[in-house]
Design a protein around this ligand. Structure first.
Ligand SMILES: Cc1cc2nc3c(=O)[nH]c(=O)nc-3n(C[C@H](O)[C@H](O)[C@H](O)COP(=O)(O)OP(=O)(O)OC[C@H]3O[C@@H](n4cnc5c(N)ncnc54)[C@H](O)[C@@H]3O)c2cc1C
Length: 278
């Protein structure tokens, strides 16, 4: 069965009304970089598809220092100069120009690992996800958005409308380690946000991608960083903890053993480099 109906709502209200009317039988499509190949290859056979590209969700704006990103904003727009450097860096390492021009920021929250590089950076920056349905909305922290492999807290009648990213207050770093320098799936992606008081870590967020069912925070490693100076002993202990607590998998790109090993190696390098920042 091919697609029978294609809906192109002109507002968020129209989009959520259509979802309320049709429920899970209506496939939501943003940039279509994941959805369209699956439809074209007959893997996904939806009868009804709703495109979001006219729903008014493509924007970037600053509100009280925070960056507010509409869900259908193309990934390319995150390369603009007023975007936080960590997000620019992550966007630069996400796919190719053509995919970044079509693929959206909201869509990157739904891709299976090892993809989701931008989502890892958003997680390290403690992004909040605004979720909207007909007649209501809620905001959830991105750290609570995923519930399992390709599973989220989103109900069938809800859409991701926007992502709010607080201004980073501290040191940040991003690293995507793959088999090539560019246009490559991740073996591991890391994004780190550290707030220092004097020479000690006061607050830490360590986000990891491609080493679990979805982007995840290395909570035990974060706890071990707080109150400690960023010295060689701390870096070694924290990197070991992060490697132990992640949930890597084996695919055509790397084994679970190698992924875990690279969490330790790459995180140690990243934290060591961050230690010399002023
Ligand atoms: C060749 C190729 C290379 C890639 N390389 C990388 C890479 O290096 N790193 C990386 O991180 N990613 C990579 N990707 C993935 C890319 O980032 C995603 O394809 C893109 O972000 C998805 O966005 P989209 O708008 O096209 O999603 P779509 O294909 O439109 O949708 C994907 C899923 O998200 C859901 N969805 C989308 N938006 C919303 C919304 N607002 N509310 C509710 N549900 C929604 C859809 O229902 C669907 O299930 C690559 C993809 C391709 C095709």
């Amino acid at each position: 069965m091919t697609v029978q109906s294609y809906y192109l709502p002109r507002s968020l209200a129209e989009a959520t009304a259509l979802l309320a009317e049709h429920g899970p039988s209506l496939l939501v499509m943003a940039g279509g970089t994941v959805v369209m190949p699956l439809i074209n290859e007959g893997v996904s056979t939806p009868e009804k598809v709703m495109g979001l590209r006219r729903a008014g969700l493509s924007y970037l704006r600053r509100e009280d220092g925070a960056l507010v990103i509409g869900a259908t904003t193309p990934l390319t727009r995150l390369l603009e100069p007023d975007v936080f450097p960590l997000l620019r860096e992550a966007a630069r390492h996400t796919a190719t120009w053509s995919i970044r021009n079509m693929g959206t920021v909201g869509g990157n929250l739904f891709v299976p690992p090892p993809a989701g590089d931008l989502a890892v950076a958003l997680l390290a920056l403690d992004a909040q996800v605004r979720i909207v349905r007909a007649g209501g909305e809620r905001t959830v922290p991105l750290s609570g958005f995923w519930t399992g492999f390709m599973q989220t807290v989103l109900a069938a009648d809800e859409l991701v409308a926007e992502i709010r990213v607080p201004e980073p207050a501290g040191r940040v770093a991003f690293r995507k380690f793959g088999r090539k320098q560019a246009n490559t799936p991740a073996i591991v992606t890391l994004a780190v946000h550290l707030r220092m008081v004097g020479d000690r870590v006061a607050d830490a967020r360590l986000a990891l991608g491609a080493v679990g069912p979805h982007p995840l925070r290395a909570r035990q490693a974060e706890a071990a960083l707080v109150g400690r100076p960023l010295d060689a002993d701390t870096v070694a202990a924290v990197s070991e903890l992060a490697a132990a607590e992640c949930e890597p998998f084996t695919d055509a790109i790397a084994s679970d053993w190698y992924r875990r090993r690279m969490v330790k190696v790459q995180l140690a390098r990243l934290l060591t480099a961050m230690a010399t920042e002023v």
